[in-house]
Design a protein around this ligand. Structure first.
Ligand code: PLP
Length: 425
C-alpha cells in the first residue's frame, strides 16, 4: 500500500489468501520427524498427503467413544456412529458443490470408485462396437477398468492423445467423440504433468454426442474448489488420503438418476431391502452401493479433513499452491541437466511437478534426496501410456501441498545441485 500523509497511518492489509504455513506445519505431527538426521521435507503429496492432528484425533475419538456398526444397531453407540458417518456424507456432498447426500457413495478409494462404475454402469451400458475415449495421461485407475470392460464387451478403447507440452491434444476431438462414444474418461488433473484438463468443455462435447463423462478427481479435489454441477460431469471420483484424510476411503459422485438405473456393486448385507428364496430387493440410494460393513472409522475421520481444508478455504489452498509451484518451476529451471514435464504456465496446472535429470536415474534421485530428508516419488506413477509417450521408463516427481513453503523448494533445489556434484556430472 502506498505511503500517505503522516497523520494517516500506513495500514498493511494481510493478503487473506496467503496461508500461514508455519502454523499449518505445526498441526502435522509427522512433519517434525527427522529423516536421516535431517528435517523432513515431504514432497510426495500426490501419492498421499500427511494428516493433521484433528484427523488423527477423530480416529482415536471414534474408537474411544463411538465404535459400533452403523445403520443397524438401535443402541446409543450405534446411533452416534451412524450419525457421524452420515454427517461425513452430507459434508462431502457440500464440499463438491452442494449435491444431494445420496449422490455420494463411499468406497475404498478412487480406484474402487472407478471400478464400481465400470462393473455396474459399464456392464449394463457398454456393448460391442461402442467406444470409450480415454486420455493418454490417465492414471492406470482410469485406464485399466475401461480396458478390461472393453475386452469383456468387444468394445473399443480410443485414445485422446496428449501434446509434448503436457496438454490434451483436442485437434481431432470432433472425430474422437462421435455417435459411437459411450463414455469419456479423463482426469481433472494429471498426476504426472500436473495439467488441469478442460473437463467442463469435454463434458459439453460428450453430452452433445449422447455420451457420459467420468472424471478422475484424485489430484484435483485436494487442491482446488470443486463444483461437480458446474463441471457438468456424470461421475466424479476421488480419495480421502490425498486430501488430509485417512487411507481406505474413496468417494464416488454420480447423478442420482444414473445411480437409480445402475445395478449394485457388492451384494450382501446392508445393501438390501428384502431377501427371500424367491426374491431379493435392494436398498435405496446410496446404501445399494455400500454392501457390507463400510470403513466407518476412516469415513468419520475424513470429516475432520474436509473441515480442515474448509477452514483454510479451497481458493486459498489453490492460490498457495499456485505460488509455490511457480517458485518451484523457476528454481528447478536453474538446475543444470533437468528436464521438467508439463505446462510451465501455472494457470494451466497444479502442484505435481515431474522432472528427469539427463544423467541420473529417477530412482537414484529419490534415494539421494531421501538421504537429505526429502521425500519425492520416482517411477512410472501408474501412468505407463504417458511414460511411453515421453519415451521414458520413469520420472521423478515433487508434489506440493498446504504445508510446503519456499524453504522446502530451496532444500529440494540445493540437494539436486549437490547431487550432480556427488555423481560427478
Ligand atoms: N487417479 C489419479 C490421478 C491418481 O493420482 C491416483 C493415485 O495416485 C489414483 C487415481 C488412484 O487413487 P487410489 O490409489 O487412492 O485409489
Amino acid at each position: 500500500m502506498a505511503s500517505r500523509a503522516s497523520d494517516s497511518p500506513i495500514v498493511t492489509v494481510p493478503d487473506a489468501r496467503v496461508l500461514d504455513v508455519e502454523r499449518i506445519k505445526a498441526d502435522f505431527p509427522i512433519l517434525s520427524e527427522r529423516i536421516n538426521d535431517k528435517r523432513l521435507v515431504y514432497l510426495d503429496n500426490a501419492a498421499t498427503s500427511q494428516k493433521p492432528r484433528e484427523v488423527i484425533n477423530a480416529l482415536l475419538e471414534y474408537y474411544r467413544k463411538m465404535n459400533a456398526n452403523i445403520h443397524r444397531g438401535l443402541h446409543t453407540l450405534a446411533e452416534r456412529a451412524t450419525s457421524a458417518y452420515e454427517h461425513t456424507r452430507t459434508h462431502t456432498a457440500d464440499f463438491i458443490g452442494g449435491v444431494k447426500p445420496e449422490e455420494i457413495v463411499f468406497t475404498r478409494g478412487t480406484t474402487e470408485s472407478i471400478n464400481l462404475v465400470a462393473y455396474t454402469w459399464g456392464e449394463q451400458n457398454i456393448g460391442e462396437d461402442d467406444e470409450i475415449l480415454v486420455s493418454e495421461m490417465e492414471h492406470h485407475a482410469n485406464f485399466v477398468p475401461w480396458f478390461q470392460l472393453a475386452q469383456r464387451k468387444g468394445a473399443t478403447i480410443r485414445k485422446l492423445p496428449i501434446t509434448v507440452c503436457g496438454h490434451l491434444d483436442l485437434s481431432d476431438i470432433d472425430n474422437l467423440i462421435n455417435e459411437k462414444t459411450k463414455l469419456v474418461a479423463v482426469s481433472h488433473m494429471s498426476n504426472v504433468f500436473g495439467t488441469v484438463n478442460p473437463v467442463k468443455d469435454l463434458a459439453q462435447r460428450a453430452h452433445a454426442a449422447g455420451a457420459l463423462i467420468l472424471t478422475d478427481g484424485a489430484q484435483a479435489a485436494p487442491h482446488m474448489p470443486i463444483d461437480v454441477t458446474d463441471l457438468d460431469v456424470d461421475f466424479y471420483a476421488f480419495s480421502s488420503h490425498k486430501m488430509l484424510g485417512p487411507t481406505g476411503v474413496g468417494v464416488l459422485y454420480a447423478r442420482e438418476e444414473l445411480y437409480r438405473d445402475m445395478p449394485p456393486f457388492n451384494y450382501g448385507g446392508e445393501m438390501i431391502s428384502q431377501v427371500g428364496f424367491d426374491k431379493v430387493t435392494f436398498a435405496d440410494l446410496p446404501y445399494k452401493f455400500e454392501g457390507g460393513t463400510p470403513n466407518i472409522a476412516d469415513v468419520i475421520a475424513f470429516d475432520a479433513a474436509l473441515s480442515y481444508l474448509e477452514k483454510l478455504g479451497m481458493e486459498n489452498v489453490h492460490h498457495h499452491e499456485t505460488e509455490i509451484t511457480r517458485y518451484a518451476l523457476d528454481r528447478l529451471s536453474e538446475v543444470k541437466g533437468l528436464e521438467i514435464q508439463g505446462p510451465q504456465d501455472t494457470s494451466e496446472r497444479g502442484s505435481a511437478v515431474s522432472f528427469t535429470d539427463k544423467d541420473i536415474h529417477p530412482h537414484d534421485i529419490s534415494t539421494y534426496l531421501d538421504y537429505n530428508g526429502i521425500a519425492i516419488r520416482a517411477g512410472h506413477h501408474c501412468a505407463q501410456p504417458l511414460m511411453k509417450f515421453l519415451g521414458k521408463v520413469a520420472t521423478a516427481r515433487a508434489s506440493f501441498y498446504i504445508y510446503n513453503d519456499r524453504a522446502d523448494v530451496d532444500a529440494l533445489v540445493e540437494a539436486l545441485i549437490e547431487m550432480r556434484r556427488y555423481f560427478g556430472v
